[in-house]
Write a protein that binds this ligand. Structure first.
Ligand code: NAD
Length: 486
């Protein structure tokens, strides 16, 4: 295709995108109140979409991971957890939708003025999703969007074109185009998508692209939720049950080959516990994933670009003095055809190494040591505001110390990633790892407009307090009750 032809196609696509937003918005306006029954009906249709198409989506994702993606992992993380999220939303929706009565100020509180907050749908929500959980991270924000009464446009990642095409084929069987529609295409379409005049835009992806998305959304003052990444630390306390911590750390680190936003990125461990922790991680890696480069429960690195990136972190760290232990394979660094890469543990790491600054998103585990817990916040600071902080230990004082000295999107104590599947907890980042949240009541509120409604009494209130001109002594007396002598 020539460049001119390409530009024409893009222009046509963009024109269609704008028309799609306008179609959804006009239907939204015409609909008026989005009733509880309508929202439940949409959630039920989404539930049916998941249950009836899970196998095909799971098989497609496996193909897009070059065959190296655990089917069981997909079943839980991409499908079962989303069905649970829908059931949870349906159970709580009535309570979330209830208007909240609020107190009113003096003297209106005595005279019958009434305040309330009501949650109205925003309108049309755009959802941009990444490749690592291509079904789950497209559908999860949609659950909050539909529960809140919105319509939605979905833009799956261009790195999973088969999944995107399957979404485009399947979604119209469950939703009319004016309720939920799918946009496919390359990064140019994603860019244009982020510039559309949505009523809310939810982006899941890297911090780098998140910045660009926020700039695009700013053109139309579109409110954004950014679900980004970062370097989530694992702090092992001296009171930790070390074997259990090692098991859970290994499980969390190697889920999806380390390619989760919540993957533990690096570990901070008391210096005298370092070798014991590493021995446990090695043992657990071998027992969970025997023959790791061929193991069907283990995911490969998604593409060559990411594989080269990971190799460059390792080479850079080793050249600067890190000690490397490869677990689960002898000399091979990964299976050739689908890049199932063994776990690479790095010790003696320092701030000069790239691996300590970039989100790893793969099976590399840097280990840092500390002498006293008071050193830990400063050690984490160069990688501030990660998506998660993990703490292993029973020492409540230490736990509180970390909670108040280290900021992060969420926290999981004595486990890895499991705060994500607690539907009643908000999920989201903070600062570099994102803004806003979904899941739980916060997801509903995030996708709703909390509208303040004040209903005034029929009494003529202002003259009672002298607050309408001509102002006089009554007004001054009342105002001096608030401000002191005037
Ligand atoms: P990415 O940022 O490269 O891409 C994400 C999406 O952004 C893709 O769909 C892409 O089409 C789109 N995109 C690219 N450039 C764009 C632009 N200029 N404007 C608008 N959209 C654009 O991320 P990725 O490689 O697909 O995913 C990995 C990253 O996502 C990691 O950083 C990971 O931590 C993060 N992530 C975060 C969460 C979370 O919930 N917080 C979940 C999964 C992944």
């Amino acid at each position: 295709m020539s460049e001119a032809e390409h530009n024409n196609v893009t222009e046509l696509a963009v024109h269609n995108l704008e028309a799609l937003v306008e179609l959804q918005r006009s239907k939204f306006r015409a609909e008026g109140e989005v009733t509880y029954e309508t929202r439940i009906d949409r959630l039920k249709r989404l539930r049916a979409l998941i249950v009836e198409n899970k196998t095909e989506f799971a098989a497609t994702t496996k193909r897009e991971f070059n065959g190296a993606r655990s089917y069981e992992f997909s079943l839980f993380s991409e499908f079962a957890s989303k069905v649970e999220a829908i059931d949870y939303s349906m159970k709580n929706l009535k309570a979330w939708m209830k208007p909240e009565g609020r107190k009113t100020n003096k003297p209106m509180n005595f005279l019958g003025g009434k305040g309330q907050v009501r949650y109205f749908p925003k309108g049309v929500v755009g959802i941009i999703s990444p490749w690592n959980l291509p079904f789950g991270l497209t559908v999860a924000p949609l659950i909050s969007a539909l529960a809140a009464g919105n319509r939605a446009l979905l833009k799956p990642s261009e790195y999973v074109p088969e999944t995107a095409a399957l979404f485009a084929e399947v979604v119209p069987k469950y939703f009319s185009k004016d309720e939920v529609a799918v946009v496919t295409g390359g990064v140019d379409i994603s860019q244009r998508f982020a510039e559309l005049p949505f009523d809310h835009l939810l982006f899941t992806g890297s911090t780098h692209v998140g910045r660009q998305v926020m700039q695009s959304a700013a053109k139309n003052l579109v409110p954004v939720t950014l679900e980004l990444g970062g370097k989530s630390p694992v702090v092992i306390g001296r009171s930790a049950k070390l074997d259990l911590a090692g098991t859970r750390l290994t499980f969390g680190k190697l889920l999806n080959g380390g390619q989760l936003c919540l993957s533990p990125d690096y570990v901070l461990v008391p210096e005298e516990m370092e070798e014991q922790l590493i021995a446990r991680v090695i043992h657990e890696t071998q027992s969970m994933y025997p023959n790791i480069t061929e193991n069907n429960d283990y995911a490969g690195v998604f593409n060559e670009r990411h594989f080269a990136r990971l190799q460059s972190y390792i080479d850079d760290a080793v050249s600067k003095g890190a000690k490397l232990t490869i677990v689960g394979a002898d000399k091979t660094r990964a299976s050739k055809d689908n890049r199932r890469m063994p776990l690479h543990i790095l010790q003696n790491v320092n701030e000069d190494m790239q691996v300590m600054h970039e989100e790893i998103f793969g099976p590399i585990l840097p280990v840092m040591t500390y002498a006293d817990i008071s050193e830990v916040p400063d050690m984490i600071e160069p990688r501030r505001n990660p998506l998660a902080m993990y703490y292993f230990g029973k020492d409540k004082t230490e736990q509180e110390y970390l909670l108040s000295h280290v900021q992060s999107g969420g926290v999981c104590i004595n486990d890895i990633t499991l705060h994500y599947v607690q539907e009643d907890l908000p999920f989201g980042g903070f600062g570099a790892s994102g803004m806003g949240a979904y899941h739980g009541p916060e997801g509903f509120k995030n996708m709703s407009h909390a509208r303040a409604i004040y209903s005034q009494t029929m009494l003529d209130v202002l003259p009672i307090i002298g607050a309408r001109p001509p102002f006089g002594p009554k007004f001054r007396k009342n105002i001096s009750k608030i401000l002191g002598s005037i």
